[in-house]
Design a protein around this ligand. Structure first.
Ligand code: NCD
Length: 306
């Protein structure tokens, strides 16, 4: 494993498999225990540095670090000296001076975690940077697929929706490819990035053609907050062509699952009855996120103090 986890390509197949296997071991070590805690990172400090809003990812990293007995500091840009104009570099050096061993960062600017990694001695984990990457989301998604379907090799995954603005899609395409899955991106042409042809994935504009062959359908949130122009005629038109509703879900194979990283726009990219159906792994993904992030922190920080 490298010292940092900045993007999916930081992990080769052996590393990625090690993270998933470690997460599974942690999960089984803790299952049935009254106290869901391991002493592994006792005396180490993990800082969660969040410049962008988050519910799941932030709580998940906090819980992961606490369950490994690390000291955890939650820093959000709101209410800090960032509002006085303090730079990312000065903020990071301040945190490191106070003894942080790892910094988990979410930032609106693509590349911010890479910058941070060049300034600090500890490990940096990217918890989502702009429209770039979100590697631990891809790991928890891969973990969820492997648990549900028993394998990743040859699994056909359709990633559907706002690929253009999605760091989840970028990380998933790369990690799933590393792990031997076959990804098809499904989106209107306006929501596909320039250069998507060089990604290790097929591209389709036709959801109805892709669904019958998919083992996994991963729906993406329409990221209205990142849209400064009109990318589709109307919400209704978007749902009609790219939304997953009960009628579309009915054409899926018996074992196929439906995923969504959250937060969802219910009724837009995914109908409520699909999100709440037995095929949906949405709640499971959140639970798996804690085990996977525990595995990442454990592997990066190595357990014993250095
Ligand atoms: C995603 C994110 O913030 O990148 N959510 C998450 O981390 N679970 C996806 C999104 O915001 O749509």
């Amino acid at each position: 494993m490298k010292r940092h986890l900045l993007e999916a390509d930081d992990l080769d197949r052996a590393d990625a498999t090690l993270v998933l296997d470690t997460a599974a071991q942690i999960e089984s070590a803790l299952s049935g225990r009254e106290v869901k805690k391991l002493p592994t990172l006792r005396g180490r400090t993990v800082v969660n540095l969040f410049y962008e809003d988050s519910t799941r990812t932030r709580i998940s990293f906090e819980l992961a670090a606490k369950r490994l007995s690390a000291d955890v500091i939650n820093f959000s840009a709101k209410g800090s000296s960032v509002s006085k104009g303090e730079s990312l570099k000065d903020t990071a050096l301040t945190l490191e001076a106070m003894g942080s061993d790892a910094i988990v960062i979410r930032h609106g600017a693509s590349g911010a975690p890479h910058q941070l990694a060049s300034w600090v001695r500890g490990s940096v984990v990217n918890a989502g940077d702009g429209t770039h990457e979100h590697p631990t989301q891809a790991l928890l998604d891969a973990y969820t697929i492997r648990r549900r379907l028993g394998r990743l090799e040859g699994v056909r995954v359709a990633v559907v929706g706002d690929v253009l603005h999605s760091r989840v899609a970028r990380s998933n395409v790369r990690l799933l490819h590393t792990l031997g899955a076959e990804v098809t991106l499904v989106a209107p042409p306006t929501l596909l990035p320039v250069g998507v042809g060089s990604w290790p994935a097929e591209v389709s504009y036709d959801l109805d053609a892709v669904l019958p062959k998919a083992d996994v359908v991963m729906m993406l949130r329409v990221q209205a907050e990142r849209m400064n122009a009109s990318f589709f005629p109307s919400a209704r038109e978007y749902s009609r062509r790219y939304g997953l509703d009960a009628r579309r879900m009915a054409v899926l194979g018996d074992e196929a699952i439906v995923m969504h990283p959250g937060p969802m726009n219910r009724g837009m990219e995914i109908a409520a009855e699909v999100a709440d159906s037995v095929r949906s792994t949405i709640v499971e993904q959140v639970g798996n996120g804690v085990s996977v992030r525990m595995a990442v922190l454990y592997l990066l920080l190595g357990g014993a103090p250095s």
